[in-house]
Structures are given as C-alpha cells and as structure tokens.
Design a protein. Structure first.
Length: 175
C-alpha cells in the first residue's frame, strides 16, 4: 500500500500542472518551466511571454465570448484583465473584460505548453494573440482546474463544462 502511494505521488509530481496531451517541446527545460523568462520590458513596463505579437485581427474579448463559434480556429488579438492564473506553474490564466467575478471570461493556455506566465499575474492587464477554441472538458479536468483556482459557473450535472479557450502564442502583461 505504501509503495502504491509513493508511486502515485511520484507520478503526480512528474505530471504537475499538465492539462493537455500535447508534448512539451524539447527546448522547454525544467529551469525555464519553473521560472519563465519574459522578454525585455516594452513600453509602459510590459513584459512579454512566448512569441512576439505579430498582428492577428484585433477583436473585443466580449465579442469572442458572445459568439465563440464565429471565431473558432481563428487567430485573434484581444485585451483584458487577468482575473486568475494557475497557482502551481502559471500554465493558464483567466482573461475577462473586468475583474468582477460575474463578468464573462475565458481560460488562456499557452501553445504547446511552451511558456508560462507568473503565478501572481492576477490583477494584471493583458494583450493576448491566440487561437479561439470552444470545447467540453471532462469532469476530471474540470476538478483539476478548480484545484488550481479556476471557476466553472455553468458546470453540467456530470461535472463536465464547456469552455471558451484561447490558445496563446504570445502574451504581454502589465500593471
């Protein structure tokens, strides 16, 4: 029994906060995973993570949230408030038009698990270049995300939830 418990703990520590089946790119090292290095701060003290923003269509976040199927699989450039972020690694953040918990929002993940944002990003403003996805999450993933601070106000009876997600290639944060 003790051996099984140790094996489970070891497996969980290896898996960490990984929430997708996508492989970690070879360039992603443990050092870069634990402390993402932002690029040089730009105008206004902005810190950049991932690839530089290259000019996808600028769209209001509210428009994406109201009609996510209209933007499905498209790259967009949106701005918003970081309401929450993964408290373990910074492997996701929640973007909304306002800090108000009742305001609509969506989760932002990072392409190929290739970069993270600081775990204390909540309260920052963000500009995100990302592909829009809308998916149903399994109950186990919903529970995992809730353990990390995510909120799913419209969960189905079985614990699953539909989410609008932005898969970011680049992020700028500032306060």
């Amino acid at each position: 029994m003790l051996a099984r418990g140790i094996a489970v703990c070891a497996l969980l520590s290896v898996l960490g906060c990984k929430t997708t089946a996508e492989p970690v790119p070879p360039a992603q090292t443990e050092a870069s995973a634990s402390a993402p290095a932002p690029s040089a701060a730009g105008a206004g003290g902005r810190k950049a993570f991932g690839a530089p923003l290259v000019g996808a269509n600028a769209v209001a976040l509210g428009d994406v949230l109201k009609a996510p199927d209209r933007f499905a699989e498209q790259s967009v450039l949106v701005e918003g408030e970081v309401r929450r972020a993964c408290t373990r690694k910074g492997c996701w953040m929640e973007l909304s038009e306002a800090q108000d918990p009742a305001a609509p929002g969506c989760r932002v993940t990072f392409k190929d698990y290739g970069f993270f944002v600081p775990t204390d990003s909540a309260g920052s403003k963000a500009r995100v270049e990302a592909k829009v996805e809308s998916k149903v999450l399994k109950p186990s993933l919903v529970a995992h995300m809730e353990e990390e601070g995510a909120k799913f106000p419209d969960k189905d009876a079985d614990g699953s939830a539909r989410e609008v997600r932005l898969v970011a290639t680049g992020v700028e944060l500032w306060r």
